[in-house]
Design a binder for this molecule. Structure first.
Ligand SMILES: [Zn+2]
Length: 155
């Protein structure tokens, strides 16, 4: 079990936002609860967290693009409400910026998972085999993501 990188209080303050995109790695339906920060403070805190999330996602992407032999058209952070990450037909990988709250291994898993979709569009045996080559301990990371999700988002 890994500790979250941002406190639970901060997390509660940050939950919120809505969005679109198709779901892939499941996220939860987190509803807004950020009353304790003024809108301006919340916006700049969010912007800072998003910036950090993007930096981490890009660093992980560099590592796993090399391992998988793929290249995304772009790595972005998004606000998907029901997905931790998506890989569009445009080959752009979008990572939910709220993962900055999760253990780093969890975000790393989501990044590798989405990059793997550049090779294997669907979750067939080929997909998991490919992911396993680049990230042998993906099951453990997936479990870390799920337990973090339950502990911190199912509030
Ligand atoms: Zn997937």
């Amino acid at each position: 079990m890994w500790p979250p990188r941002v406190s639970r209080l901060q997390l509660r303050q940050l939950l919120g936002g809505a969005d679109d995109d198709c779901d892939d790695v499941d996220g939860s339906n987190s509803q807004a609860s950020s009353q304790s920060l003024s809108p301006t403070m919340r916006d700049s805190f969010d912007a800072w967290l998003r910036e950090r999330a993007l930096k981490d996602a890009r660093a992980f992407a560099r590592r796993y693009q090399a391992k998988l032999g793929v290249e995304a058209a772009g790595i972005r952070v998004g606000d998907q409400q029901r997905a931790w990450g998506t890989c569009g037909k445009d080959k752009v990988v979008r990572i939910n910026w709220r993962l900055i709250q999760a253990p780093a291994v969890a975000m790393e898993y989501v990044v590798a998972h989405e990059l793997c979709h550049l090779v294997e569009r669907h979750h067939g045996p080929g997909f998991w085999a490919k992911l396993g080559e680049a990230m042998p301990d993906w099951r453990e990371r997936k479990a870390a993501l799920e337990s973090w999700e339950q502990a911190h988002l199912a509030v």
